[in-house]
Design a protein around this ligand. Sequence first.
Ligand code: KG4
Ligand code: ZN
Length: 331
Amino acid sequence: MNVLGIETSCDESSAAVVRNGTQILSNSIYSQAELHAQFGGVVPELASRDHLRRLPPLVQGALDTAGISWSEIGAVAVTAGPGLIGPLLVGVSYAKGVSWARDIPLLGVNHLAAHLFAHRLAHPESEPPLLGLIVSGGHTSLVEVPQWGQYRVVGSTRDDAAGEALDKFGRLVGLGYPAGPRIDELAAQGNPHAIALPRPLVETGLDMSFAGLKTAAVYWLRDHPRFRLEDLCASYLEAVVDVLTEKVMRAARLLDIGRVAVVGGVAANTRLRNVLPERARERGLDVLFPPTDLCTDNAAIVAACGHHRLISRGQGDSLHLKPDSGLALSS
Ligand code: KG4
Ligand code: ZN
């Protein structure tokens, strides 16, 4: 069964073909980052229009790369939320058209569940129970996954997402949008202990908070006009990594889960990929990351998630499927 995946929830347009839920035949991604860079963040209306322009050739490209024809596509999966409503509408409308024209099942997929499926694509042998850490530009959540398709959110950020905290900090120090990858590079040349910054809520519970860290950086910058950017980036990133690491270890202990799947755009971060598995190993925890191209938004994870939905429910969604910008992660 070949599933066509479509992703347009934010500023990546992507189309992919995944066979039997695990084999990626193609995964074409177009990033709109350059379009939005001049505004310092995603402009929803521009994003919608660009998705509309990019999606049809991306889908054709995904079929061509996979080396298959339309008649070999058995279902179409699309991100139905959470995300920006205009961009979501473009993808969902397109997928409905495909479903109707080809008479194949339509699968509306939760974007956060799709991120978790990056773990399944990368490590098919790693079966639940799992603890998922979803760290992206819009979301930061700890999720208990007793089995694929079942999710229980056990902790979330109370304010900014981890990626948002990095992007907002990047804007403060003039790194452009999105700043996460630049901070990653600069931090590698800096001292993570050069500047003392807070680790909000690190001592308590499973919820997280990153807004206070950003405010601390604002005050630090006000009082220190001269600084080495590499050291500041490394110190700021270290605070984010420390908080995520502590929360993962606490959640794994409380839930008695031995394996952790880290997914979402921030899971591409080099420092997080080094520090978290190392500290967790000391406690007997196994922490796995997907390859970086499956961390950031892409349609292969949507297709994999949609395939699982189809197999477990035996049917697709109706053509009345509505995108939902605030769609919650539920079973
Ligand atoms: O999952 P994603 O592509 O989109 C959302 O669903 O939000 O995540 C995008 C986020 C952005 O905040 C971006 O700055 C961050 O992931 N990001 C990174 C890296 N690559 C992307 N953050 C830190 N280090 C990276 N290498
Ligand atoms: Zn995402």
